[in-house]
Design a protein around this ligand. Sequence first.
Ligand code: GLY
Length: 366
Amino acid sequence: MKVVPMSLGDRSYDVLIEAGLLARAGDHIAPFAPRRAVAIVADETIGQHLATLTASLDAAGLGWQAITVPAGEAAKSWGQLEHVCDRLLAFEIERSDPVIALGGGVVGDLVGFASAILKRGCRLVQIPTTLLAQVDSSVGGKTAINTRAGKNLIGAFHQPALVLIDPDVLDTLPARELRAGYAEVVKYGLIDDFAFFQWCEANGAALLAGDPDAREQAIAHSVAAKARIVAEDEHETTGRRALLNLGHTFGHALEAAAGFDGSLLHGEAVAAGCALAFDYSVERGLCLGQDPARLKAHWRASGLPDGLAAAKVKASSQQLIEHMRHDKKGSGGRIPFLLARRIGETYLDRDVDLEDVAAFLDRQPR
Ligand code: GLY
């Protein structure tokens, strides 16, 4: 088993990564359940993983109660938050009872936020079942729901007590979702690790074809990278953690323009957004054109959109800029933006002019 420690003082925890771990989850959760009672909130589409988890809880002598929530970004809503909180209260859970989030990033964010506010903070265990959630959203304590005004605008930092990652659950993940999650894997190479980007170029195809070794290596490397960055800047105050949002300003705008209807997955939007961030960096004279070309070649080889045209979002530049203006970190006509000097070297520019970005978007092929 690979154990990646997340070092955050009294909020430290371990991320355990091992093939077949879901079937042994109960043994790892038991030390965190003093009343031997747990609650599970699961994505309604993953009944088979829920059955594996509950069998392992039974075997470990833990009592459990479960609720399901709908799959898809729309579940990160006030309505589902109320539903989850009401049910957890009906279960009479106490602060020390683990609330297990079993599912992808949507469930992790929703249940993470519910556990952050329920009784002013309950114990959270993340069991991510998508590649995206395994390499990014289940680790690091960001939780949130969406509102009409935009994505992730209501939320809290609430670290889990434990994260259990079983790469084998990816066997049943639709290929498109696996590819979308892979964009967040490559992101770690783009941010500050050129050698890992090269590893992705060499091993990405095997990973996407289901090679267990490539999959486990990619997950462990990504989680370790995320743990390192989060430990340096847990609450995203210095700009270090913001690097994890590479491609997300363009990406969130594309997702919002697509209407969160499943036509553009979050990871697909991030892939297109990273390509746009690199192209914009070339326009700003920060980066050589060969870097975006190399990145876009890897996105195409991985079946991911390599820019605006491939993302197939029917929105004008001004509409995309409007979505960016609603970004939670925006101020006036200028917003912080992740830019690139090369693959493996990115930085936060706190003063990008949105009109300049609009002119750049106008020049993009559609
Ligand atoms: N997914 C970005 C972060 O956790 O900071």
